[in-house]
Design a binder for this molecule. Structure first.
Ligand SMILES: *Cc1c(COP(=O)(O)O)cnc(C)c1O
Length: 426
């Protein structure tokens, strides 16, 4: 399994191998700015941070630019390719919903992730004297931490309203049993549980179904930040009865830097006009929106939470990417992902077992492995990867995050990465 021939054989029998050609893979010379490395593709293991450009996204964006150039405002209602801009969201959510185990009526597109976290909390965080806390991870992604902290301050509540789930002393990842115990002990004071589906730093996948069930049994509203889960691991938001969820689309979903974000509001709120929201004209019932009556009647479902008209150019980029996802399924992608990540783990432990440690829990992980490198070797390891055109992500002082992505990475990519590390640390 350690030979390059093994990796090549795995690639030769990979049923999803053809999807790689859907992407523009940067060359080694491009990513390193070192022309002598030539025009062979780089080893891109950073799709957890920013996915690569789907060729279809370039095409769809160009088509919308042409439409704008050739028709101007007419494109809103009459579009030469059948994608009128007033209904653009519908194209996107129909393709996006299956990745989340959601119905199209439950999915929306707007803004960026953190803005949507705020908007969902504006709808779902209704603190009372008895129930006023938000449960998040102690080491949540800073944006989520700041969003929750500022929501609490905005409601003029004390810092204790932020209930932080911490790993045990000496551990880096949270145990489900500890989260459940926190919910058991303090759930009656918790208004909203908002954890990440996949932890950005450790790569841990949370047991979303169990946690949702336990928290709802205590009367909490449950929202998930799926930034690192979207397009990475299968989720069943509808069946798990999740209240709301938010995600960005530029990580495993390849919509490009700052791409438009997605969100989920469960169908049981779809026709509930009493569910509070900060709103705007786009949330108004689309059948009467243009009557401009100033009497708000929300659209059914997640569409009733979208505030502004759909940003077409960034949605076009996402649409191109979703056309690639449509050629497979999140379950098929997951199968390949487990093989790729398992192979990465095997090679790392075989060659570098005494120099590195894998932080990501084996039984609860998506594509990403968070690798702890002995601190005295860290700079050398990361520099060697970069110099060789292996693109990954460093979290100083000691963590490298490696994410082989089933849509475009190969087993050979994994082999090359570990080979570079092996030589650098020999
Ligand atoms: C990537 C990521 C973000 C980024 O937020 P933006 O609003 O898109 O800048 C926020 N939260 C989590 C958990 C993330 O992984």
């Amino acid at each position: 399994m350690t030979s390059p021939e093994f990796a090549q054989a795995m690639d030769a029998q990979d049923p999803l191998a053809h999807l790689r050609s859907e992407f523009e893979i940067p060359t080694k010379a491009q990513v390193t700015s070192n022309p002598s490395l030539g025009s062979s593709p780089c080893t891109y293991l950073c799709g957890n941070s920013l996915g690569l450009l789907p060729r279809r996204s370039r095409r769809v964006i160009t088509e919308e630019l042409d439409e704008w150039a050739h028709r101007g405002v007419v494109g809103h209602h009459r579009h030469s390719l059948g994608r009128p801009w007033v209904e653009y969201r519908q194209q996107v959510v129909e393709k996006m919903a299956p990745l989340f185990g959601a119905k199209p009526v439950e999915v929306g597109v707007m803004n960026s992730l953190t803005v949507n976290v705020h908007l969902m909390l504006a709808s779902f965080y209704k603190p009372t004297a008895e129930r006023f806390k938000i449960l998040i991870e102690a080491k949540a992604f800073p944006s989520d931490h700041y969003a929750v902290e500022s929501q609490i301050q905005w409601h003029k509540l004390p810092q204790e309203a932020m209930l932080l789930a911490k790993p045990r002393e000496g551990e880096r990842t949270l145990r489900t049993e500890d989260i459940l115990q926190l919910i058991e002990e303090q759930g009656e004071q918790v208004a909203v549980v908002m954890l990440s589906g996949v932890q950005y730093y450790t790569g841990q996948v949370f047991e979303m179904e169990k946690i949702t069930k336990a928290a709802q049994a205590k009367g909490c509203v449950v929202g998930w930040d799926l930034a690192h889960a979207a397009g990475n691991v299968p989720v069943q938001l509808h069946d798990w009865n999740v209240d709301f969820a938010c995600w960005c689309t530029y990580k495993y979903m390849n919509s490009g830097p700052g791409g438009i974000a997605g969100f989920f509001v469960h169908e049981r709120y779809a026709r509930d006009a009493t569910q509070h929201r900060l709103t705007g004209w786009w949330a108004h019932d689309e059948k009467t929106r243009f009557e401009m009556t100033n009497e708000f009647e929300p659209n059914t479902g997640a569409a009733g939470f979208e505030i502004s008209c759909t940003p077409v150019l960034v949605s076009a980029s996402l649409l191109g990417s979703l056309e690639v996802f449509e050629q497979t399924s999140i379950q098929e992608l997951r199968q390949k992902s487990e093989l790729l990540t398992g192979y990465l783990e095997h090679l790392l432990l075989t060659h570098l077992g005494d120099k590195i440690k894998i932080m990501t829990p084996k039984e609860h992980r998506g594509a990403q492995l968070s690798v702890l490198v002995r601190t005295e070797l860290f700079d050398q390891a990361f520099a060697a990867l970069m110099d060789a055109g292996v693109i990954c992500d460093e979290r100083k002082p000691d963590c490298i995050r490696l994410a082989p992505v089933p849509l475009y990475n190969t087993f050979e990519d994994v082999w090359v990465c570990v080979e570079v590390l092996r030589k650098a640390l020999a």
